[in-house]
Design a protein around this ligand. Structure first.
Ligand SMILES: Nc1ncnc2c1ncn2[C@@H]1O[C@H](COP(=O)(O)OP(=O)(O)OP(=O)(O)O)[C@@H](O)[C@H]1O
Ligand SMILES: [Mg+2]
Length: 258
């Protein structure tokens, strides 16, 4: 289970960043008093436009960056007080962690397996299973830098699952993948859910959220503007599909700011 209570993250911008973003303040509120709970056995989706704060939230949950304020509990462990225990219970996939270009998927898998103290025989079995499922076996000994975007993404997914984590946090899991591979990934996420795991994904692809997620939290400008099952969101907005519902929430939020 993941519990987020009043999470805020404020970035301090450099002069260069302020100039690029054309802002006068050196503070950027990326996440603003965000709270939500996601449970074992569900796929929870953070849905929001570019810059909404999805990646920032997932990085706070995964102990990559520190919250400015608020508390996050992952499987009962608070992220700042028990970071190591949090890291052991999660698998984290992000577009900004690059696997070392000099090494192969095979090497990286074994390396992270040892880091997580996965017994040798278990590691071998998991590697066979994941590499065969994602079609990594054919290029498992090539260097990362020689792989295509999709191949790298598949390898990163397998590596993030090396220790069979009970909570899986995937930032835009199908980014850069063709539809066949994207389906393999979403099917695998469903399988993890069936096994009782908690899967949290971020996405701005409405159809993906619609097909995959049990519950969705819509985030705009770092705040949660809606939460529920697809059916609840459609009922609340009196719309027929998630895209229309999303626009309803988006317009309401912008209207409220005027
Ligand atoms: N390290 C950082 N330093 C300064 N500002 C940052 C940093 N990381 C993120 N931001 C800013 O915080 C806001 C939220 O960014 P974030 O990456 O969380 O959005 P996102 O919802 O993941 O968007 P996308 O759909 O484009 O991936 C953006 O305005 C972004 O520019
Ligand atoms: Mg992002």
């Amino acid at each position: 289970m993941i519990e987020i209570k009043e999470l805020s993250k404020v970035f301090t911008l450099s002069r260069k960043m302020m100039k690029e973003a054309k802002v006068k303040s050196n503070k950027k509120i990326a996440v603003d008093h965000l709270s939500f709970t996601a449970n074992q056995g569900e796929i929870y989706g953070l849905l929001g436009p570019n810059g909404a704060g999805k990646t920032t939230t997932l990085r706070c949950i995964s102990t990559i960056i520190k919250p400015t304020s608020g508390k996050i509990y992952v499987a009962g462990h608070e992220v700042q007080e028990e970071a190591e225990a949090v890291r052991n219970s999660i698998g984290f996939l992000t577009s900004d962690i690059k696997l070392d270009p000099q090494f192969s998927p095979d090497y990286m898998f074994d390396f992270f397996g040892r880091l997580h103290h996965v017994p040798k025989d278990v590691l071998k079995k998991r590697k066979e299973e994941l590499f065969s499922y994602f079609g990594i076996t054919e290029f498992s000994h090539k260097k990362m830098k020689e792989l295509s975007t999709g191949m790298k993404q598949k390898a990163a997914i397998a590596v993030s699952l090396v220790h069979d984590p009970k909570i899986v946090i995937f930032d835009e899991p199908t980014n850069g993948l063709d539809i066949v591979t994207a389906r393999k990934v979403t099917d695998y996420l469903k399988k993890l859910k069936e096994e009782g795991k908690l899967v949290i994904i971020s996405t701005h692809i409405m159809s993906e959220a619609e097909k995959l997620c049990d519950r969705i939290g819509i985030i705009i400008d770092g705040t949660k503007v809606a939460e529920g099952t697809i059916r609840q969101l459609l009922e609340e907005t009196k719309t027929e599909n998630l895209e229309d519902a999303f626009f309803r929430y988006y317009q309401n939020k912008k209207k409220g700011e005027e």
